[in-house]
Design a protein around this ligand. Structure first.
Ligand code: CA
Length: 235
C-alpha cells in the first residue's frame, strides 16, 4: 500500500477544515483535524503528522506561537508547517516564515495550490516521501510503485521493512541510532521500544537475501546501509 502522508489541519473554522480535509482525502492524503492548539498538540503527541497546515488566527494560542513552539521542540522541528491566513501582506508573510513556517498560503486558496505547496514541502523536507527512485549498489527502490529490485530481481518486503529500507537508502553510508530510525521511519519514538527496530532490521535482512550484508550493524551505534564490500559481508 502506498504511504498516505498524514496532514494535520489546525483550523477553528469547521467549514474550511472540512473542505480542506475532503480535498486532501481525494488526493491520497490522510487528513486529521484539530480545532485549536491544545487539540493539535494531543494529535501530535499521539502521532507525528507528515505536514501541518496551521491557521494563523485560532482561539487560544495563535498559529504563529504554535509554529514557533513546534519548530523549537526536537520531536516536531522537522515537520513541514504551512501557515494559512486571511491576511496576505508581506509583513505577515515574513513573520510566519520567521516563526519557522516552511510556506504560507493566503485564504482563499485553490485545492491545486494547496496540493502543490504540500507536495513541495514534502519533497524539500523528505525526498524519500515524494515518490522518487533511489539506487544504492545493486539495490533500487521506487517509492511510487513500491517496488524494490536487487540486480533487477523484485524483492518482497513488508510495509515497515519497505519504509525502513527507503530511509536507509535515501540516507546511505550514514549510521543511524535505533532512536533516530524510530523517529524517522515510525514517526514517533514515544510508544515503541527500540528493540522493535532490531526485529524489523532482521526481517529486512531476510527479505534482502544476498544483499543482506548491505545493512550493517554498527556496534554501540546503530545501523547503516552501505554498498556491499567484503568487509561489510563479514559484519
Ligand atoms: Ca481562524
Amino acid at each position: 500500500m502506498k504511504h498516505q502522508p498524514a496532514v494535520l489541519i489546525v483550523e477553528d473554522e469547521s467549514s474550511i477544515a472540512e473542505l480542506i480535509a475532503v480535498n486532501l482525502r481525494h488526493n491520497g492524503f490522510r487528513p486529521i483535524w484539530a480545532m485549536d492548539g491544545d487539540t493539535a498538540q494531543c494529535e501530535i503527541d499521539a502521532l507525528l503528522p507528515d505536514v501541518i497546515l496551521l491557521d494563523w488566527m485560532l482561539p487560544g494560542e495563535s498559529g504563529l506561537a504554535l509554529a514557533k513552539r513546534w519548530r523549537h521542540h526536537p520531536r516536531t522541528k522537522e515537520i513541514p508547517i504551512i501557515m494559512l491566513t486571511a491576511r496576505g501582506d508581506e509583513a505577515d508573510r515574513v513573520a510566519g516564515l520567521d516563526a519557522g513556517a516552511d510556506d504560507y498560503m493566503a485564504k482563499p486558496f485553490s485545492t491545486k495550490e494547496m496540493l502543490a505547496r504540500i507536495r513541495a514541502v514534502l519533497r524539500r523536507r523528505a525526498p524519500e516521501q515524494a515518490g522518487g527512485k533511489v539506487s544504492v549498489g545493486c539495490l533500487s527502490l521506487d517509492a511510487s510503485t513500491h517496488r524494490v529490485l536487487h540486480n533487477d530481481q523484485p524483492l518482497r518486503l513488508g510495509p515497515t521493512e519497505f519504509k525502513l529500507l527507503q530511509y536507509l537508502m535515501t540516507h546511505a553510508e550514514r549510521v543511524h541510532s535505533r532512536g533516530q530510525l524510530l523517529d524517522k521511519v515510525w514517526g514517533d519514538h514515544v510508544f515503541i521500544e527500540e528493540r522493535t527496530v532490531d526485529v524489523h532490521v532482521k526481517r529486512l535482512r531476510e527479505a534482502l537475501g544476498d544483499a543482506s550484508g548491505m545493512v550493517e550493524t554498527v556496534r554501540g551505534a546503530g545501523y547503516r546501509l552501505t554498498v556491499q564490500t567484503s568487509s561489510s559481508a563479514r559484519a
